[in-house]
Ligand binder design. Sequence first.
Ligand code: NAD
Length: 282
Amino acid sequence: MPEILKGTEVAKALRAELEVEAQTLKARGVQPCGCLIRVGERADDIQYENGAAATFEKLGIRVEKRSFASDVSQDELIFAIDKINADPLIHGVLIFQPLPNHLDARAIRNRLLPCKDVDGMTDLSTIGVYRNEPIGYAPCTAQACIELLDHYKIDVAGKNAVVIGRSNIVGKPLSLLLLHRNATVTLCHSKTRNLREVCKAADILFAAIGRARMIDSDYVSSGQTVIDVGINVLKDGTVCGDVNFDSVAPIVARLTPVPRGVGSITTTVLAKNILSAAGRTL
Ligand code: NAD
């Protein structure tokens, strides 16, 4: 059996560090604060909002919730973001996406100051990820993969890292974060030819596809580390990843589970970024 890389363990260790960091900031006169902006009443958003708020508060991060009706105007939302940008007591902001169609999502997310963009949604944050400069923050899921590697002391320098999925929130930023750590990165997608062979040649394989259990024993080889970013809900309510855990487990060296994998780390990464943003104000 492979070593199981547990996201829950990573998040636990990270939270212990963050609690200390929050205390240190408070001792220096800074009360870290994260603001959650929600438009509409989507059940998933409300569930995530409550979960994130509980995690932040446990760590000593103050939470401000701003919710708006689903027919909120562009001007009203921009006005609210401007006020938050100008508020020195708010350090990090998450805007739930997607926004309703009548809103110009690009204009809204880019209104946020990159120094408060703890979820990496602004174009300036993207430039920071591209250039490896601390302008804003990387998207939390991509960063969560790096936290997992760090926790388990998996060095990617010089290794073949294969990322499947090229979305702006996971695959693309993850490939850049790996590149900055000197991995040799191959970014695969739905048009990639010979995907099985490319995956088999990886030292570290990341699956961020959104296709339940697609990566099976045909895609992996012995000694590999396989990190499953996927979260898929099957018709019967079962949650599974993009990797077929039972099929690859007898072959690979290290493997993340789903649930309790990468997805368990993302909210804690958001908290880490809020504390970092608060620290930048000192
Ligand atoms: P997306 O739909 O935006 O992107 C999927 C990517 O997979 C695309 O780039 C596409 O080219 C590629 N792809 C699709 N079918 C393919 C195929 N047959 N072969 C090769 N590549 C293929 O999805 P996303 O938002 O990047 O999310 C990816 C997965 O990660 C989903 O399962 C999602 O639920 C999960 N996710 C997890 C977290 C977390 O916190 N762990 C956060 C965000 C997304």
